[in-house]
Design a protein around this ligand. Sequence first.
Ligand SMILES: Cc1cc2nc3c(=O)[nH]c(=O)nc-3n(C[C@H](O)[C@H](O)[C@H](O)COP(=O)(O)OP(=O)(O)OC[C@H]3O[C@@H](n4cnc5c(N)ncnc54)[C@H](O)[C@@H]3O)c2cc1C
Length: 381
Amino acid sequence: MNKNIDDRQQAVRDEVKAFAEKEIYPISEQLDQMPEPRKFPVELYRKIGEAGFIGYAMPKELGGRGKSHLEYITLVEELCYHDAAVGLLCAVGELATHPIIHFGSEEQKKKYVPDCATGRRIPAFILTEPEAGSDAANQKTVAVENGDEDIVNGEKIFIMHGDVADMGVLFCKIEGKPKLSAMIIDNTNQPGWKARTLKNKMGMRAATTGGIHIENVKVPKENLLGDIGKGFRYAMTTLDSARIGVAAQGVGIAQRALDEAVAYSKKRVAFGAPIAKLQAIQWMIADMATRVAAARALTYKAAQMQDAGERFSLEAAMAKLYGSETANFCVDRCMQIHGGYGYIGEFSTVEKLYRDQRVLEIYEGTSEVQRLVIAGNIIGR
Ligand SMILES: Cc1cc2nc3c(=O)[nH]c(=O)nc-3n(C[C@H](O)[C@H](O)[C@H](O)COP(=O)(O)OP(=O)(O)OC[C@H]3O[C@@H](n4cnc5c(N)ncnc54)[C@H](O)[C@@H]3O)c2cc1C
């Protein structure tokens, strides 16, 4: 089955495969099984950056590789096929840099994007709070204007790479202004920035997740991103784009589950024949293959619309919803086909796939939120 709708995609797959064989497979298990407290894989992140994967679709003049969104999405899909947590490392770098590229001033772009694109700096996308997840506008973090700087106080949770990020785009309210604003945090080394690594994360373990307590953190006024009061729009626009990336994560994981299931069903013998001969198994494989193809088509369509400069919120939400649920479906069926050898991680990669895929239906907008976005676009609000 040809996965590609574009000639350039095979070159992306080949490039990722070569990188995975050299840099990912030798350390994949070690990263996943690292005991607490987990350490962010700084060296691997730098290698991903140096390979140009974080800045794949970023402009060449800002240190990126200037590829299309379709190629970038293929890159994420393929990384996640080999190790979803490594695909996530790359996708988070892209997510966190996106608001600067699209809403930053020329000075901000030149100052920050090249270092983010090449992995020299680790940025975070800092939106979620303990009481502001799906209801992202309900922010309590507040910046108080104080001469030529803002003083920020608040609490952030579930921030990818937030435990180690040396910079980030922070969303908060500015005192006296009702709507969200966005600012670039350039210095996480000040005493009021208290970041910690969240413990016992189910999957995607190589890419760590942080909680951040913010106490009288100083942000120079020049670090305001775009216009005051437009932060919510910047965040939602960024998430529209990133959701296609989550869809691609789902497609990569689902394809891996399908391939593992096919290979295992051909070699596992029960009642005197390979289980692939059983119709019960064949139907599971047929359902998986059909869903993978449908999820991939939705994902590529959304990326192509983004490349064409069309509106793609609806298509991104559909792709994210279906891609993440497809990963869940396929990994579950893959585990069923593997029986006990799927459930116990010592015997196969299926147990890791199961843990890694689950968050896709939660982050960057839950499945319920995607359905709200889709219904809102179809029915109207
Ligand atoms: C591993 C991980 C990484 C993350 N990375 C980041 C990051 O880098 N940056 C960042 O800012 N955030 C990040 N998040 C946060 C993530 O986006 C939120 O967890 C997510 O948006 C859900 O918010 P919540 O956890 O507060 O759940 P809640 O919003 O409390 O939702 C709880 C349940 O209620 C449902 N629900 C809520 N509102 C509605 C509604 N109106 N209609 C129907 N159902 C509804 C939800 O779908 C969910 O099932 C991350 C989360 C995780 C787990």
